[in-house]
Design a binder for this molecule. Structure first.
Ligand SMILES: Cc1cc2nc3c(=O)[nH]c(=O)nc-3n(C[C@H](O)[C@H](O)[C@H](O)COP(=O)(O)O)c2cc1C
Length: 200
């Protein structure tokens, strides 16, 4: 298997981290890999807002958890369940979740990735960017987890401290660090590939 394929197969969403910082060079290499992603009309719509201070990360985590719950309560119980399932998307053992940091799982680096609100391709572009970053992280000995819940950061009282311009929105948060867990691979759904040969 090629090194690239090995990295793709070995990457997992990791939800427990060692309390070890990640050096600046490594963070920048991961971000540079994100910048290499393709983007619609080459707009490169991403910006990266990076937190590395433990106290900041913990404060945002608490505020985002509260904002997320508020949002969930506002939109009704049915949506609560849906949002949680959509976001978490998988059987996540609660043993893996650090009690102190339910949103960012004790990771030493949190990167909020933003895009202009008026970019119709933003979700796809940022998804590709984030995908590159997670694979780059894995290839550099780091682990990661995309945190969709991070988008609720705009409803926190500390949001202005990020100085994100009003024309931009947080699409996702990506956490990075040295993983302290080796989650099992989730089986991938099969039977969803259709080779079409019209006329045969
Ligand atoms: C758009 C997106 C949002 C996600 N949001 C969260 C999240 O808020 N919290 C979390 O723990 N995991 C989150 N995940 C991680 C998924 O749960 C994880 O990728 C999925 O269970 C598959 O596991 P794997 O990445 O280890 O293959 C998110 C993944 C994606 C792609």
């Amino acid at each position: 298997m090629s090194e690239t394929l090995q990295t793709i197969y070995q990457r997992r969403a990791v939800r427990k981290y060692k309390p070890m910082p990640v050096n600046h060079e490594l963070i920048m290499q991961v971000i540079d890999a994100g910048r290499m992603a393709p983007s619609a009309m080459n707009k490169q719509p991403w910006s990266f807002y990076v937190l590395t201070e433990k106290t900041d990360i913990q404060a945002f985590s608490k505020q985002i958890a509260r904002a997320g719950v508020r949002e969930i309560i506002r939109s009704g119980v049915k949506k609560v369940v849906k949002t949680f399932l959509d976001v978490l998307r998988a059987p996540i053992g609660f043993g893996h979740i650090s009690e102190k940091d339910f949103v960012f799982y004790g990771a030493p680096v949190v990167i909020f990735i933003t895009a202009p609100k008026d970019n119709e391709w933003a979700s796809l572009d940022i998804g590709m960017c984030c995908g590159n970053m997670m694979l780059a992280a894995k290839s550099l000995g780091l682990d990661s987890c995309p945190v969709g819940f991070g988008k609720f950061v705009d409803q926190t009282k500390s949001y202005p401290s990020l100085r994100i311009p009003p024309e931009e929105r947080v699409m996702i948060a990506l956490i990075l660090g040295y993983g302290d867990d080796e989650p099992e691979m989730h089986e991938r759904r099969k039977g969803n590939v259709f080779f079409i040969s019209p006329g045969t």
